[in-house]
Design a protein around this ligand. Structure first.
Ligand SMILES: [Fe+2]
Length: 342
């Protein structure tokens, strides 16, 4: 689109398409007197040739309807399909006037001959004003879209950076958050949940163990049994994660999902001991994905138990610890070989 809102009025370029020389000259004169640049074309075909030569230059085309070859309605359609110019249609025959047809083909305005120069210029100015407003709106929209994209990229990069800080300190769970996210998102998709919910689930998944940053590395990588105190320190990662994330204004309840990812359906989880639907759906999905990934992977205190045992665990605790709908979706995915992670 022309940067027309940067043009001074005298730089607007109008093209008059009219097969009758007298009328064509009269319109051209009036347009030039008003200070606009004006090009003339004797037919629709010539008008298209001019547009092809320099399509960005013409802001508004004023065209007659009845012309040999391409008529004004056909010309308007072609202009709206292929070029950026606005079109004002004029006609000298009452029978030609079909408002619906004129608007349907994309014209911005119309008027009837005999031409009243004052009316012609008023209509021209109005269409130009709309054109300027539209160009400004498009530019503002494009700017807004670019800024939203930038913000989304920045958010994704921030989430990835945050996620990696937790994993750098705990090599045994390196990749755990990514794998859990993959499983959780597959389950959510299989459940037919909305793309928007899945976006939020993805972020919560990538950050669900961020609170482990507060757990001393020697506890995280301790090969033997851990003490009760050590267990309590580890359990605190949900609250720490919540505290880290609660100040970030995500579009989704990321901090709450992180807080709740160790809650269980029967209230036996932590840190709040909430149950059933008090637990956010995203957290109920993460709980299942977390168990599947953790049991399938190697840990400092035990070897990997394998996917089958993990599936057995969620099957046995379907409805007690884990949301039955989420468990069913996960088992169904697994039966199709679709529970996969690195
Ligand atoms: Fe966790």
């Amino acid at each position: 689109m022309n940067p027309i809102n940067e043009k001074s009025p005298e730089h607007f370029h109008i093209m008059v398409v009219e097969d009758e020389e007298l009328i064509r000259d009269m319109i051209q004169q009036n347009i030039e007197w008003a200070g606009y640049e004006c090009t003339i074309a004797e037919s629709g075909i010539e008008a298209l040739e001019i547009l092809d030569g320099d399509s960005n230059k013409v802001d508004i085309i004023i065209t007659d309807i009845r012309m040999p070859g391409l008529n004004g309605i056909e010309l308007t359609k072609k202009v709206k399909e292929n070029y950026d110019s606005d079109v004002i249609v004029m006609t000298g025959f009452a029978d030609d006037f079909d408002y619906e047809k004129v608007i349907e083909c994309g014209a911005s305005d119309f008027f009837q001959k005999p031409i009243n120069p004052k009316e012609l210029l008023l209509r021209l100015k109005r269409v130009l004003k709309e054109r300027i407003l539209l160009a400004e709106r498009n530019r503002a929209n494009n700017e807004l879209k670019k800024n939203i994209e930038k913000l989304q990229n920045a958010q994704e990069q921030t989430v990835a950076a945050l996620a990696s800080t937790a994993e750098i300190r705990d090599p045994y769970t390196s990749g755990h958050q990514k794998n859990v996210t993959k499983i959780a998102c597959s389950i959510a998709e299989h459940m037919g949940l909305s793309a928007d919910l899945i976006k939020g689930l993805r972020i919560a998944g990538l950050l669900h163990d961020i609170g482990k940053i507060s757990v001393p590395a020697e506890i995280l990588s301790k090969p033997g049994k851990i003490t009760k105190d050590e267990r309590n320190i580890i359990k605190n990662h949900c609250r720490v994660g919540y505290d880290i994330l609660k100040g970030i204004e995500f579009q989704w309840p990321v901090a709450k999902v992180v807080l709740q990812h160790h809650e269980r359906m029967d209230g036996s989880g932590y840190p709040l001991g909430i149950q059933g639907e008090e637990i956010l759906l995203e957290a109920r999905i993460l709980a299942v994905a977390d168990v599947i990934e953790a049991m399938s992977s190697h840990r400092p205190y035990r070897a990997a138990l394998g996917l089958d045992e993990a599936l057995e665990e969620i099957r046995n605790n379907r409805g007690t610890l884990f949301d039955p709908v989420v468990v069913d979706a996960c088992l169904d995915l697994a039966s199709k070989g679709k529970v996969k992670f690195e």
